[in-house]
Design a binder for this molecule. Sequence first.
Ligand SMILES: Cc1cc2nc3c(=O)[nH]c(=O)nc-3n(C[C@H](O)[C@H](O)[C@H](O)COP(=O)(O)OP(=O)(O)OC[C@H]3O[C@@H](n4cnc5c(N)ncnc54)[C@H](O)[C@@H]3O)c2cc1C
Length: 392
Amino acid sequence: MASQTAAIDLPAGAIRQHLIDPALCIRCDTCESACTTGAITNDSVNYVVNAEICNGCLDCLPGCPTGAIDNWLPVARAYSVAEQYGWTELPPPLELGLAAAVPSPAGRGAPASAALARENIFTREHPLLAEVVESLRLTVAESPSEIRHVVLDAGADFPFLEGQSVGIIPPGADAQGRPHIMRLYSVASPRTGEAGVAGRIALTVKRVLEDHEGAPHVGVCSNFVCGLRAGGKVEVVGPYGASFLMPDDPAANLLMIATGTGIAPMRAMLERRLGRAGPGRQALFYGGRTPGELPYHAELAALAQGFLDLNLAFSRVPGQRKQYVQQLLGLRHELVAQMLVDGNSYIYLCGLKGMEAGVLEAFAAICAQHGLPWDKIGAELKAAGRLHIETY
Ligand SMILES: Cc1cc2nc3c(=O)[nH]c(=O)nc-3n(C[C@H](O)[C@H](O)[C@H](O)COP(=O)(O)OP(=O)(O)OC[C@H]3O[C@@H](n4cnc5c(N)ncnc54)[C@H](O)[C@@H]3O)c2cc1C
């Protein structure tokens, strides 16, 4: 049913319905996976909430990278699933004379000391036209994997924080003739701007040439962005993300785990901490195929001189045994166990979806090894905004 839980301030007869904004939704499936009641479904175009089933638990909120799901709208009657499938944007919330979406009562789980993230400053209707300042290939030329460092000049009106993402609207339309949906890319620069230049945002973008099963697939947006060169223009929306943020506390420890382009938010956070490092430690577990295919490898190696506890795993170095980040975590189990139980440690996990289960299993195994209750620790970490997972 459409929940009445927050109905105190609503006019008689009104209800609040949980709705997903199709203009903000990037179809990442996080909400449907998190929904325990089966209220959220998709028709491969839109994700929708069945008001008959939704129990208002809000389990789907924290994982949503754009806040598309964060709409708890006052409505005169519940919109049906069939109606929602037909939407390209939310209907204006004017039926009851009420002005705008109501913020979620649950909040979105950022560290308590994080700076306040601003979101949705630029929208599909009003995107920012950013100029490409430079585009550098990060992976070695002989690698089949092309990952690029693309720097955009977004100007002074696009404030962002480390851990947030920007939305890119690729030009053109999909097979049905609808404008392409936006794709998200994590900001790889600190809030002060790439290389200290305010307004400049670096992105770390992998050119997608096959799907996750290895079949050929030319990714729409990644190929557009990787094809851009200095002087090129791109429509940018956002910023997005209000939970995958860093604590503003030099005494806090950061435990960062990344694969491939998942390094982008970690780079931003590390750069933010450089020069303002306190007693808190920074440990990074980072995996890729070979050193030549690891974005920012040399930069990170330089940070390892006294600032960063750097742990690298390579899965395709000829003549060497394959190693993955979860195995590295096991090798450093004492450090990881310490970080997991330290109330001032913050854990960040970013990269391909495939890594998530293995890393969480590694945490569980390390806890078992140290006689610690992972279920309880994991739940506490999440509740306190100290465990952040962004996989795609
Ligand atoms: C919060 C968030 C942050 C992200 N940050 C980054 C980032 O920093 N750098 C980055 O390169 N990407 C990032 N992504 C992924 C990015 O948004 C796009 O999904 C990706 O670039 C593919 O888009 P596309 O239009 O090229 O492919 P599409 O045409 O949309 O095709 C998508 C299909 O490509 C396949 N695929 C293969 N590799 C990937 C991959 N790496 N990511 C997604 N789909 C893949 C899958 O089968 C998928 O179904 C992020 C996603 C999220 C949700």
